[in-house]
Design a protein. Structure first.
Ligand code: ADP
Ligand code: ADP
Ligand code: ZN
Length: 229
């Protein structure tokens, strides 16, 4: 099944959590721009060096840098049959660049799932988020705790709080979201691609809604991918 999906929602809405599960079910890559940036930071690349200060403040990395990085990722063969974009696009310029890029391949987005939560819910989620240093899996001290404190269920890696997980950076990220990313809701609604999902439900219930949305946009899940559900 080919399916090109964008997950839209404010920081803390649950995009990464949902994308990870959906990617497993569909057998398409989970492409998270934040994770790509963090890989560059870890490897100490030039791109990582350019992105670091923006990320620490909670500001967006400039479009030129971000678009190039994501374009390179979705041009790889594992994305030929589809992908789940998480955290990209975050500006109208990024959305337009994505559209041009896909058009160039004779493809297009199938659906944009907007995971809606209130700001106070997003802040509470961000405040308790812990991330696996090794595989990037996310946990929450209260809402989604690992079996053993500080240790990733999936890979045994060490859990840490990202350096941009300060209250100040959280507030900044939500402000940046309202200014620069929220306009994409209307942008994609006008394009007829937007479907809204209530993100304040349990992780399982959000996932069920998301799968229903994806099935109706991309056709029913293949037997092979359905088996993995
Ligand atoms: P995003 O990628 O949109 O920033 P994450 O997937 O990283 O969001 O989730 C933010 C935090 O909220 C994480 O700690 C995650 O475990 C937790 N979380 C995600 N979805 C839910 C949910 N439906 N209910 C409660 N907590 C959630
Ligand atoms: P969250 O899950 O909390 O929203 P992300 O992991 O998606 O955070 O992003 C972390 C940081 O990486 C952002 O605050 C921003 O600095 C940078 N970043 C990620 N995606 C983009 C993007 N599409 N455009 C610009 N900057 C981005
Ligand atoms: Zn892990």
């Amino acid at each position: 099944m080919g399916c090109r999906i964008v997950l839209l929602g404010m920081p803390g809405a649950g995009k990464g959590t949902q994308a990870e599960q959906l990617a497993q079910a569909l057998g398409v890559p989970h492409v998270a721009s934040g994770d790509l940036f963090r890989e560059h930071l870890d490897k100490g690349t030039e791109l990582g060096r350019q992105a670091r200060a923006y990320m620490e403040r909670g500001d967006l990395v400039p479009d030129e840098v971000t678009i190039g990085m994501v374009a390179e990722r979705i041009a790889r063969p594992d994305c030929a049959n589809g992908f789940i974009l998480d955290g990209f696009p975050r500006t109208v310029a990024q959305a337009e660049a994505l559209e041009r890029l896909l058009k160039g391949n004779g493809t297009a987005l199938d659906v944009v799932a907007f995971i809606r939560v209130r700001e106070e819910v997003a802040l509470a989620r961000l405040a308790g988020r812990w991330t696996c240093r090794n595989c990037g899996a996310v946990y929450h001290t209260l809402f989604n705790p690992p079996r053993q404190a500080g240790v990733c269920d999936a890979c045994g890696g060490e859990l840490y709080q990202r350096p941009d997980e300060t209250e100040e950076a959280h507030r900044r990220r939500l402000q940046v979201y309202q200014q620069q990313t929220a306009p994409l809701v209307d942008y994609y609604r006008r394009a007829g691609l937007l479907v809204e999902i209530d993100g304040e439900q349990s992780i399982e219930d959000v996932q069920a809604d998301l799968r229903a949305v994806v099935e109706s946009a991309c056709g029913s899940l293949t037997a092979e991918s359905a088996e993995r559900l």
